[in-house]
Design a protein around this ligand. Structure first.
Ligand code: B12
Ligand code: SF4
Length: 507
């Protein structure tokens, strides 16, 4: 079949302010197996430009199948839908498939609210999309393909049986041939890709929108993964790997094997990603290998500095571990970025002040403030179901906008506090000294790049708040806005059959 993939232009600040763009790993992961099955596949990456909807429609040609999906799946949905509708109005007979995390759960609404999407792929896309393309090519029955939802001839929406999560991640490859690596960069102009060593997470944070999607933590072969990174460096000049993993270090044994394999490959590639503070503390004795293998920065999801809030969201972390992880990373010249979530219902100025003091004592290299954004398929959504929504534009449900009303703080008070805390933490003398004089030149480059980006985002967010944001005074309840809690459907696929080299998070 002739297939076109579309990566929608994302409206979030994380996509628009940096001058860098990363390859759309989700779409490329679906593409690899399709190409191997003999389909002709092409990618339109509309993040560049960004392209307008009419430019996208103009470039589409006459494929048999259009595939749309975006990693920032909730906030990208209105754009994905607008693209699908524009394509359908120009080419009414063209078949459009939609995939990714948000449509996996909201498939009923997605298919009911618009005729533009014909089929939704639920869960990971590699195997399901292969089966779907083969079925469509043979004019077979959609009902026989596990892991999809579609509109049947009577215009009812229905889903098929859940798909089985992939047991052997090494059996599928990324369709790198669809991109020109020289167009993609991150971290201040470094040629870069997004890659996954593992999928999922064994922890149980109740606000997490990713864990249930992948159903179970699995990892690729450490040696094959290191070999792929080395090949990307040697053949395409890739200098930076942005790990898409939720939690790559879950298994010390597998992670250590990866570090050793990377060191043996001996390529000057830098690695950034996210992980948990407790894993860093667990690995105190091998952190020198992290750095030697190329790890230069971890994003640590601190989420909050208040023990009661950490218990509410079942983070399973502790303040002492968070602080210790940052200290250990610094000892090994690895940067730490602490994410910090605000907007909990009962939060007051005194809590923000305490949080600020805690952040100072953690002493991270970078911080990122995020706003509580409950996804309907998480247990936290049920806890927050009666809260009032103050932002009904889904494009703003991107963690960088307050979307729920707080009991004691107005949006203006919250945003002003966050902006002040960001300046006070990022511009404290210790942090400035590190940006100017860090002993490692690469890390100086990273910190300066992040500071430049941060400055642009900071002003943009204040400008946007003052001149463009209108918060609803009497908005709908969370549950009326999105629909009933869906935590019972949190695991989007059947758990994978046990793979030989995988599922060893506890080791
Ligand atoms: C790397 C990354 C980025 C990168 C790069 C984005 C890029 N070019 O891909 C950067 C730093 C730019 C970024 C920015 C943002 N991100 Co981001 N990002 C990630 C991260 C770490 C990995 C995404 C990824 O590649 N996953 C791996 C791929 C393989 O998975 P996947 O995309 O889901 O695809 C699979 C399936 O979903 C399915 N599939 C996907 N699409 C399609 C399409 C079809 C047709 C089919 C059949 C199947 C299919 O098949 C794929 C293979 O199985 C995730 C966290 C995470 N661990 O996933 C957050 C994450 C995706 N980001 C998130 C957000 C909010 C953002 C921002 C909006 C933040 C901001 N406010 O600025 C921006 C904006 C959007 C953007 N451009 O992505 C949220 C999204 C939440 C949601 N459900 O909406 C996540 C989940 C983080 C989180 N804490 O929850 N991000
Ligand atoms: S540790 Fe991170 S990825 Fe794992 S469940 Fe918690 S928030 Fe999700």
């Amino acid at each position: 079949m002739n297939i076109v993939l579309i990566n929608p232009p994302h409206t979030a600040i994380g996509s628009r302010i940096p001058d860098d763009h990363l390859p759309p790993l989700g779409l490329l992961s679906v593409a690899g197996p399709l190409i191997d099955d003999g389909h002709a596949v092409r990618l339109i990456d509309a993040e560049f430009g960004p392209m307008t909807i009419s430019e996208i429609v103009g470039q589409i040609g006459g494929p048999d199948l259009v595939l749309i999906g975006h990693s920032g799946s909730t906030s990208a949905h209105p754009t994905a839908r607008a693209i699908a509708e524009a394509i359908k109005s120009r080419h009414p007979g063209m078949l459009i498939v939609y995939g990714g995390v948000f449509p996996t759960y909201h498939w009923r609404e997605v298919l009911a609210e618009s005729q533009a999407f014909d089929i939704v792929v639920r869960g990971e896309g590699e195997e399901t999309m292969r089966r779907l393309a083969a079925t469509l090519a043979a004019a077979g029955a959609l009902a026989t393909v596990p892991g999809i939802a579609f509109r049947d001839s009577g215009d009812d929406v229905r889903q098929t049986a859940p798909a089985q999560a992939i047991a052997d991640l090494d059996a599928y490859r990324v369709g790198w041939e669809l991109i020109d690596h020289s167009r993609y960069s991150y971290w201040g102009g470094k040629r870069a890709v997004v890659l996954q060593f593992s999928r999922g997470c064994p922890h149980l944070c109740n606000y997490c929108g990713q864990r249930g999607f992948w159903t179970r933590w699995r990892h690729r072969s450490p040696e094959l993964f290191a070999r792929e990174i080395a090949r990307l460096y040697r053949e395409h000049g890739v200098e930076l790997i942005n790990l898409a993993d939720e939690n790559p270090t879950s298994s010390r044994k597998a992670w250590l094997a990866f570090l050793e394999a990377m060191i043996a490959e001996d390529v000057p590639v830098q690695i950034v990603g996210s992980t948990r503070a407790d894993d860093i503390v667990r690995d105190a004795d091998i952190l020198h290998l992290y750095r030697k293998a190329g790890v230069v920065r971890w994003l640590l999801g601190m989420e909050n500095t208040d023990e009661a809030t950490l218990a509410l969201i079942k983070k399973g972390g502790a303040r002492a571990t968070d602080r210790e992880a940052i200290r250990l990373l610094r000892q090994h010249d690895i940067l730490s970025m602490a994410t910090w979530v605000v907007g909990f219902e009962e939060e007051r100025l005194s809590d923000l002040w305490r949080g600020f003091r805690q952040l100072l004592s953690y002493d991270p290299d970078q911080i990122q403030a995020l706003y509580v954004t409950p996804h309907r398929w998480t247990p936290f959504f049920r806890i927050a179901r009666d809260r009032q929504v103050i932002e009904t534009d889904i494009r703003k449900w991107d963690y960088k906008h307050q979307v729920l009303k707080m009991k004691h703080l107005s949006p203006a008070a919250l945003v002003a506090s966050v902006k002040l805390i960001e300046v006070a933490v990022q511009a404290r003398p210790k942090a400035l000294m590190r940006i100017l004089f860090h002993r490692d030149a690469e890390q100086r480059h990273s910190m300066r790049w992040y500071t430049r980006m941060g400055r642009r985002v900071w002003f943009h967010e204040i400008f946007e708040f003052v001149f463009h944001r209108r918060h609803l005074k009497d908005g709908p309840r969370l549950e009326s806005f999105w629909g009933a809690p869906q935590d019972a459907e949190e695991e989007s696929m059947l758990r994978p059959k046990r793979a030989t080299k995988s599922l060893d998070a506890a080791e």
